[in-house]
Design a protein around this ligand. Sequence first.
Ligand SMILES: [Zn+2]
Length: 491
Amino acid sequence: MSEKREPSVNNHTPINQTDRNLSDVFKELQEIRYSQTNQVHHSTSSKNKSKSKILFHAENNRFYTKKTINLSNIVICFIVLLLIIIAIFPKNVFSVETELATDNSEETIETASIPANVELNRQAFNMQKIIAENSNFEKVKEQVSEEREIEYETQTQSSSTLPRGEQIVQQQGIPGKENVSLVKTYENGEFIEEIILSKETLSEPTPEILSIGTSDFLANLNIHIGDSVYLTTTSTLRKEPSETSEGVAEISKYQEVKLLDLPNENWCKVSFNSFEGYLLTNVLTSISKTPNIIELSQSTNPNSWQLLLVNKNNKISENFDVELESVEKNHKVDKRIASSLKQMLSDARNQGLSPVICSSYRTNSKQTQLFNNKVKQYTDFGYSNSEAEELASYWVTIPGTSEHETGLAVDIVSKNYQKLDEKQEETAEQKWLMENSYKYGFILRYPTDKKDITMINYEPWHYRYVGIENATYIKEHDLCLEEYIEYLNNL
Ligand SMILES: [Zn+2]
């Protein structure tokens, strides 16, 4: 075996010789390879199978490894593909997660502070909004012509005859009318807007005029221009509203003056007897503010015109004269009481009542005629003339002794009950007058319980003007005029 090996080794050596050609070299190499392979096979024949097995395993192993590499390539490719997809649509993939995360956090916060029902409403509102924003509702337009009101304006004017803050509506505003031609737009059945095409005025609005008070002085005393005021201290009536102005007259404490004007808060223009001039407002007061003045004011002088006493014992003077003013139909009264009477009737009517004047000023001849008629009724029954006159005088005052001849008295009845009997006092009109007439200066002249003093039967319709202060005192002290005048005379 060793000898055979030697030539191969020897054959090996000449390979390095340069003069040999390539085909020879190739052949030699093949021989060497072949001999070596045989040598291995021969020398270890028993180990051959195991060797080949190992080779096979090795071969198998290599194959397996190759397969593994192929699978990982697929996985890598898949990941790369995924990455590409993510790279192409990065927002879509991530923003969904972000929004969800945000929504969740918001919901957590809001549900903690807002009640669940509110949250539901909010969502409902949002839904409506979303629907509204994303839907295209059809707009509907229509052209119409309609009559509309033109609002009246309120105009104000300041008035010193009113206490500050007080206001009187002088004229109630009336809206005007206009014909309006316009296009109305509706969206989803709901009115959205209108475009006015033309207007035609049918009637102009009448403004409402308000008179607004400006004076604290009048407001504090609760009086108006034209009312009576009283001096709290003896003062000089001046020609002009100034302390240095010329004096017109000296007016003593408690005297009554009539308020004519109020040029400013410090001075007012007044009339006193035949004088006119200015007084400081701070020397004046009203009855309502100082009731004690009632007993001492000029009008409570028993000789004042308001307290003229006319009865069976006090005949009216023959040269009595009075300036008359018409009130209601053909009735006339003393000019000085006309406004008070009108105001009383007006206020009663505003209360829903219907007072009617049935008798007012009477001339002496008219009174004589009335009296003679009554006397005749009694003489017809067989009474003597003196008896008849005595009886008649209880129903019709003897001429020259009737208050109706003074112009200071009126008979007022209910429109619904005009009989002059005692049932008259049951009417709402008489009840109101008995309760309120003193506020206007009138008294119920002949109360039943004073019949012995007045010598006149009960007449729940005969009202006599005596002035507010006198009327107030008479009512408060439950007196008749005769008693009151006697009380004044005894002061
Ligand atoms: Zn009368």
